[in-house]
Design a protein around this ligand. Structure first.
Ligand code: GLN
Length: 196
């Protein structure tokens, strides 16, 4: 598989930024909203945005169950920020009715780094990303409270887990799609190629 086809879940959030980053990382990227659009994808990105809204819209558009099944079936997925929350098996502080796709055995805390006005940038060393730390953009970012035995911690910041991988699923608390540095997307595209 030279140029994998990777969808970006386009219900809400920074879809365009992920499409741009994936194209730069040599993937064929396309927005995905409906269950039938999952067919033929080699991988899927869940963008940053608002996890409560993505959860609601995923149910409304009928992609909640199909996507859960696809992830269980091994579809490679990468989630940033709200996307990390959507990939967690458990949210510590969910809004009432808030659901996730799951896929990574981890417990996440929403808005853990503070509110919108406490957003910040920080250098983060990510396992598997060569060439020095990435600039992590944290916007009302979650952190990972704990991970299960199958999950691998890829990065920590301030003593908290901010990047995780388990099988074909990967997630970051921060937003590499906002920086113009495409190394995290390249890491995901390489994982997609390896899975294919
Ligand atoms: N705090 C948001 C949530 O709960 C995530 C913020 C983001 O994606 N930048 O979904």
């Amino acid at each position: 598989m030279s140029r994998p086809t990777i969808g970006v879940l386009a219900l809400q959030g920074d879809v365009r930024e992920h499409l741009t980053a994936l194209a730069a990382a040599d993937a064929a990227a396309a927005p995905v909203r409906r269950p039938e659009e999952l067919a033929g994808l080699d991988g899927l990105v869940i963008p940053g945005g608002e996890s409560t809204t993505i959860s609601k819209l995923a149910v409304l558009f009928g992609v909640m169950e199909p996507l859960r099944a696809a992830i269980r079936g091994g579809l490679p997925v990468y989630g940033s920020c709200a996307g990390l929350i959507m990939l967690a098996d458990k949210i510590l502080d969910p809004r009432s009715g808030q659901e996730t796709f799951g896929g990574i055995d981890m417990i996440v805390r929403r808005n853990a780094f503070g509110r919108q006005n406490e957003s910040f940038e920080a250098s983060v060393e990510v396992a598997g990303v060569e060439g020095g730390p990435v600039e992590g953009v944290f916007i009302r970012a979650p952190w990972v409270e704990s991970v299960g035995a199958q999950a691998q911690v890829l990065a920590e910041y301030g003593g908290h887990i901010v990047a995780v991988r388990q099988g074909n699923a990967m997630a970051t608390s921060f937003h590499p799609e906002l920086t113009g540095d495409h190394r995290v997307h390249e890491l995901f595209v390489a994982a997609v190629r390896a899975a294919g």
